[in-house]
Design a protein around this ligand. Structure first.
Ligand code: BGC
Length: 259
């Protein structure tokens, strides 16, 4: 590979509050080249424990092709490699040089971004947002609620709209998929909360479309038809692989951009 040839293979790692997933990816095709490996997030979600788990995960992917870049996404505000928040992981991440820790642990350069931004970027590049103009809000419903704002195909990073305060509470605590599981809510009861959430986003942003991702989006038929919104709302097409694909793809673009 010459300096001007963008690499087509990259590693994508998606760190979540519950599990850490990863695969080797063909970023041209937007396909996983290996099985997706998953390891539970260590209890407490502390930096050193998560870094050690990521090292184990990368080791389990087999031989990484020469020239492959590595992209890692994480559930926090990420500015210039530093994590600025910590909702479902240890508070030690606040103001922490996270990118540096993963680079030291893995012994190589990485690209480090917010998990919902990676998922949103993945949907723009390969999935439900591909080729679409206007303002799209991608939401990921999982342990928390992740959001990515995409305007005319351009990602605006670190939109933390899962933490909108509605009815006096940080709304991801009521409407994330983890709340449905924790409180054993029926699809109908959970969707009543989603209705309030998406109506609020509609009022504040007037988006052209909502895209709903996260693992639960595979069950979209159970809840999306129950929502009554003015804005079209569609399931993500990359489902749980969006973060892996988006992080991997972003890492190759950054490598090209920085040359
Ligand atoms: C975090 C976001 C993250 C989302 C999904 C939220 O609690 O604040 O940064 O994108 O969870 O993981």
């Amino acid at each position: 590979m010459t300096a001007n040839t963008p690499n087509t293979v990259a590693v994508g790692i998606d760190i979540g509050g519950t599990g850490i997933k990863g695969a080797i990816v063909d970023v041209t095709a937007g396909e996983l080249l290996t099985d997706r490996k998953k390891i539970p997030t260590p209890a407490g979600g502390k930096p050193d424990d998560i870094a050690a788990t990521v090292l184990e995960l990368v080791g389990s992917l087999g031989e990484i092709p020469g020239g492959a870049t590595v992209g890692i996404c994480f559930p926090a505000v990420v500015r210039h490699g530093v994590t600025m928040s910590a909702a479902n992981v240890s508070k030690k991440w606040i103001g922490f040089e996270a990118e540096k820790l993963f680079e030291k642990t893995l012994g190589r350069d990485i690209t480090f971004v917010n998990d919902a931004d990676a998922a949103g970027f993945g949907e723009v590049k390969y999935g439900a947002a591909k080729g679409k103009g206007g303002l799209i809000i991608v939401t990921t419903l999982g342990t928390g609620i992740g959001t990515a704002l995409i305007n005319d195909g351009v990602l605006i990073p670190n939109a933390e709209l899962g933490h909108l305060e509605i009815d006096g509470v940080d709304y991801e605590t009521k409407a994330a998929y983890s709340a449905k599981e924790r409180e054993d809510l029926s699809w109908k009861k959970w969707t009543e909360r989603l209705q309030v959430y998406y109506e609020t986003l509609e009022r504040l942003f007037s988006p052209d479309e909502f895209i709903v991702g996260g693992g639960v989006s595979k069950n979209y038929e159970d809840f999306l038809p129950l929502l009554k919104l003015d804005t079209p709302i569609v399931p993500a097409t990359l489902r749980n692989n969006a973060g892996i694909l988006g992080a991997a793809s972003l890492s190759t673009m950054r490598a090209t951009f920085l040359q």
